[in-house]
Design a protein around this ligand. Structure first.
Ligand SMILES: [Zn+2]
Length: 459
């Protein structure tokens, strides 16, 4: 037995025992087993047996939703597989997920693994275990201090993904669709929809000129940020032919149609936001590529709903309190939510609680990102109040003022709890609470207090 193999077997023994103890104590074993394994044996992932089909789901936005939706539908169809749904999407989470479905000696118990992977951690994961299928939802600027520029992420993906990996890519994202250009590939996308003609320009567009010849790209249509279909008027560069192409979205009937190589397929729409359509389409594409039929996917999709932690509406009397995930440090994710709110109309208050975890602990939030988010979308008659909470509330106030929002519509709460009393209930019928993953517990508390105020009939 080689020395490093001995180290692996000693590690897996310790980790399996530690996991059993954690479970006996009723503790979550989604991160710690992987962390311990990596500490004791840094190339641990490389020693684990790879399942027959290994899928990595990555991208700036939507990877958790796509991963969870895919997993739920597979489960509904009787599949068993390794999955990091409730765990972390960095190396430790992957190791924990694979370990939980492996034998005492690291042999894979399941033939399939569906793993959500943080794109930033590719160099720590891909060299040890390459996926058979790589899926990318989209790539855009995000968490500047952690991810740097989107070109940096593209570079680490292109450098680390094997030439033999099959790519499932967003054909409407020019940055994604050109990843690993010589690999086998399948594209999904949404064709031009009537709503695209009303699209408003965003501050950020991560690709403007042709990367091959520097000519400005011409967009056939631009949906948001750099997402849409474009071509270079000078060379052959441009959006690819899409294999799974959404041809219509019916918000009245809540259904949408996808054109595939074999015909047309209609599914129930899980959410009206265009990012909801992308997430659902992405999961359907992956499920088809894994061998599921239209009937299997259709039947299961009818049982699914959007995850309540991302978007949740609670009706209280004639008012609605709406929880929305809008990741902090992510200008594109926030802009999508802002545009969605503006499209909904009504009279609304927008409570901003998507402040940053690191800022809360270390006072180190880089606020540059709020100048890349389209606060201009909130400068509309239907948004009666913008209420930022937390110690950066005045930064958000300044940003909203620069977007043209009038001063009297912005109320600041240095203490996040104070947002509750600032909502003018006589003026608004929808209250959106935008939160980050980290601030969700606080946002839920605030939601409960707001509901009490509404129930008491306060103004
Ligand atoms: Zn060109």
């Amino acid at each position: 037995m080689k020395k490093n193999n001995m180290r692996f077997y000693v590690t897996i023994t310790i980790v399996k025992i530690a996991t059993k103890i954690l479970k006996l104590l009723g503790r979550n074993a989604t991160h710690l087993p992987g962390w311990l394994a990596n500490q004791l044996c840094p190339d641990f992932l490389g020693h684990l047996e790879k399942p027959e089909t290994l899928v990595y789901i990555t991208g700036t936005n939507g990877k958790t939703t796509v991963s969870n939706l895919t997993a739920e539908i597979l489960r509904d169809n009787g599949y068993n597989f390794a999955n990091n749904a409730s765990g972390s999407n960095v190396s430790e989470g992957l190791v924990s997920a694979l370990l939980s479905k492996s034998s005492f000696f690291g042999k894979a118990n399941e033939k399939l693994a569906i793993l959500e992977v943080d794109e930033r951690y590719s160099p720590l994961i891909y060299p040890y275990m390459q996926p058979d299928i790589f899926l990318c939802t989209n790539l855009c600027r995000d968490a500047l201090d952690r991810n740097a520029n989107v070109d940096f992420i593209v570079d680490i993906l292109n450098t680390n993904i094997s030439d033999h990996t099959k790519m499932i890519l967003n054909g409407d994202d020019l940055i994604v669709s050109h990843l690993k250009p010589d690999n086998e590939r399948v594209y999904f996308g949404i064709d031009k929809l009537p709503r695209d003609s009303k699209a408003r320009p965003n501050i950020v567009r991560d690709i403007i000129v042709c990367p091959d010849c520097d000519t400005p790209l011409e967009y056939d249509f631009l949906r948001y940020n750099h997402v849409g279909r474009a071509h270079c008027p000078n060379c052959g560069y441009g959006s690819p032919e899409v294999n799974y192409d959404v041809t219509s979205v019916d918000e009245e009937k809540m259904e949408f149609t996808i054109k595939t190589a074999t015909g047309e397929e209609t599914y129930r729409l899980l959410g009206k936001n265009i990012t909801d359509v992308y997430n659902e389409l992405t999961a359907i594409t992956l499920l088809h590529e894994l061998g599921l039929t239209y009937e299997q996917i259709f039947k299961s999709m009818n049982k699914m709903k959007l995850v309540a932690s991302r978007y949740n509406v609670e009706k209280v009397g004639n008012k609605e309190v709406i929880m929305c995930l809008a990741k902090g440090q992510s200008p594109i994710a926030s802009s999508r939510v802002f545009e969605f709110i503006a499209e909904q109309g009504g009279n609304s208050a927008v409570v901003l609680l998507n402040y940053d975890y690191h800022d809360d602990l270390h006072s180190s939030e880089n606020m540059a990102w709020i100048y890349e988010a389209d606060y201009e979308f909130l400068n509309t008659d239907s948004v009666k109040q913008i209420i930022p909470g937390g110690k950066r509330c005045y930064d958000y106030q300044l940003r909203a003022l620069l977007a043209g929002v009038s001063e009297e519509r912005i109320e600041c709460a240095l203490n996040p709890e104070d947002v509750v009393k600032l909502v003018n209930l006589s003026e608004v019928d929808k209250i959106y609470i935008l939160h980050a993953v980290y601030t969700r517990p606080k946002a839920l508390e605030i939601k409960e207090h707001l509901i009490k105020r509404i129930q008491k009939g306060e103004k």
